[in-house]
Design a protein around this ligand. Structure first.
Ligand SMILES: [Ca+2]
Ligand SMILES: [Ca+2]
Ligand SMILES: [Ca+2]
Ligand SMILES: [Ca+2]
Length: 554
């Protein structure tokens, strides 16, 4: 019996420091994983009796939430503010447990497979890792992709539910404009289906953006001729209609000063928040192709499904990204339920992959569909470009839908803290960021990191988009609230916080428990109790606790 009490006591003391020693966390070099606040999963060693288990919970202050139904584990709950990496590490050190782990968040590794009958014949979708992206997010029907093209077959069963009214600037056969942007050419119907065919409807094809609306903007006559003024009007109309992305599978290798008018119209659209995507051309060279050449456009080359450049695609450092076009299946205009495959490798059919990606990402960075701005458009463009898989024939690489969605869901929180009365280096001191519901409530997620010498920190949260309150503390300080933080790409930054020291045990209040810890470690060199960072625990730290005595964190 004595030995059990002795080891229980050791566990108690070790644990007593656990919350106060977030420093351990840094040494674990755990990647930025996320765990359920305050939860730890423990598995006792053989031979520990139920009574001893209850005793262990009692002295550590843990509450038993549940036992494994099939495996012999216990899920324990501590304060949601506790650093569970450090708690688990301390529990492991006690020698009582076979395992003690924070209750890590687990993510689906699988993709989402739509049930469209032709989906198995659309290898371009897994090539851009669409199923993995769709398992996370599938876009939003309030976000709009404008297809400036030859129109769309409006009664196509795999398109019709996704079509907004649109407009016909090209004017069918005779150039007379109307509000019926039907397609008698075929190009626009094929482009629209790649970006936004109805997906998971047991019919036809799947599309890159399973949710989202298509705005058909017909800017060609039925024979395929287009005129400058029709395109200019189509671009302006697209911006006014509130589109979030614009697809331009059109252009010309020949420069004419009229293209500068198109450029100006595209710049205006971009400045109102429209992401502009343009086919780079099918010239098999690096020469400019208009309007893709203009910097406002995300210029899209075409690649084969082995990642090589399609033999016809324009390429070069001015071309931003590549998307598949070597083997694409889409809707055709010949019937209401007709589909076709294209292996030409044309950039016309690569661009709509990127347009749909833009619409899907836009829904992740915007506060709803009316939140259109150049800042939102810029965020979307950065997500597309910076997550592309490198390819040597374009500036950024081949689009990766999964990586772009994951990046949009991974939100950094950056800032700088100063601790009152602190005279040491911040370098390596831990910082903890707690995510809570806006306006109050318990912690939803906690992330930790380390400060640099200046007190700068950066941590990331995965899959919490929207408005939250943050609460931030450094080792030994109270939490400081940052209300109403918008969690989205490119992140929350520029936080500048002055923190109140004295909360040695991490329960977010400064009281006699903290005082006792300082007294207990008086004279030691214990960084989690050395509140002023001068390398030892002494009366200066004691004074800090006394001075802030009674204070409670946010
Ligand atoms: Ca018409
Ligand atoms: Ca379908
Ligand atoms: Ca305390
Ligand atoms: Ca000190």
């Amino acid at each position: 019996m004595r030995s059990i009490i002795a080891s229980a006591l050791a566990l108690c003391l070790v644990f007593g420091q656990a919350i106060a020693q977030p420093g351990l966390r840094g040494q674990l070099e755990t990647p930025a994983l996320e765990y359920a606040p305050g939860q730890v999963l423990v598995k006792f060693r053989e031979g520990i009796t139920p009574a001893q288990r209850a005793w262990a919970r009692h002295i550590t202050g843990a509450q038993l939430i549940r036992r494994g139904d099939y495996l012999d584990y216990e899920l324990w709950q501590f304060s949601p503010y506790a650093d569970m990496r450090a708690v688990a590490a301390q529990l492991r050190q006690s020698g009582w447990f076979e395992a003690a782990e924070p209750n890590w968040r687990i993510y689906l590794a699988d993709g989402w497979t739509p049930n469209d009958t032709l989906y198995p014949q659309q290898p371009a979708l897994p090539f851009i890792r669409a199923p993995q992206a769709w398992a996370l997010r599938r876009g939003d029907d309030n976000f709009v992709m404008a297809i400036l093209d030859t129109g769309v077959r409006l009664d196509h069963l795999d398109l019709q539910p996704r079509l907004l009214p649109g407009y016909d600037f090209g004017g069918d056969a005779n150039g007379v404009r109307d509000n019926i942007p039907s397609d008698f050419h075929g190009h626009g119907t094929f482009v629209a289906g790649i970006a936004g065919a109805v997906t998971n409807n047991n019919r036809g094809v799947a599309s890159v953006a399973p949710n989202g609306k298509i705005l058909p903007v017909k800017v060609f006559r039925d024979g395929g001729q287009g005129w400058l003024n029709d395109i200019l009007d189509g671009i302006a109309y697209t911006a006014v209609q509130g589109a979030h992305a614009m697809n331009l599978s059109l252009g010309n290798r020949a420069y004419a000063s009229g293209w500068d008018l198109v450029r100006d119209a595209l710049n205006a659209a971009w400045n109102s928040g429209v992401v502009v995507v343009a086919a780079a051309g099918n010239e098999n060279n690096t020469n400019p192709f208009y309007p893709a050449w203009y910097p406002v456009c995300i210029a899209v080359a075409a690649c084969n499904l082995d990642g090589t450049r399609s033999s016809v695609s324009t390429y070069g450092s001015w071309v931003d990204v590549a998307a598949p076009s070597g083997d694409v299946y889409s809707t055709t205009m010949s019937g209401v339920d007709t589909y076709g495959r294209n292996t030409g490798g044309f950039t016309s059919y690569a661009a709509p992959f990127v347009t749909a990606q833009a619409a899907l990402l836009y829904s992740l960075v915007a506060d709803g569909p009316s939140d259109r701005s150049v800042a939102r458009a810029q965020a979307v463009r950065e997500l597309i470009e910076t997550t592309a898989r490198p390819a040597n024939y374009v500036a950024w690489g081949i689009i990766d839908l999964q990586a772009s969605v994951e990046k949009a869901l991974t939100v950094p929180v950056r800032g700088r803290v100063q601790i009152q009365n602190y005279i040491g280096s911040y370098n390596g001191r831990t910082v903890e960021v707690v995510l809570r519901p806006r306006g109050g409530g318990n912690a939803i997620a906690t992330q930790s990191g380390t400060l640099n010498a200046a007190g700068d920190f950066s941590v990331s949260f995965f899959n919490y988009l929207g408005y939250y309150d943050l609460a931030i503390r450094a080792q030994g300080t109270l939490l400081k609230r940052v209300p109403n933080a918008r969690m989205r790409y490119p992140g929350v930054s520029g936080l500048n916080l002055t923190l109140i020291p004295g909360d040695v045990n991490g329960d977010n209040r400064i009281d006699d428990a903290d005082l006792l810890q300082v007294l207990f470690h008086f004279g030691a060199n214990n960084p989690s109790i050395d509140l002023n960072g001068d390398g030892r625990v002494d009366d200066a730290d004691l004074l800090i606790v006394l001075f802030n005595f009674g204070a409670v964190g946010d």
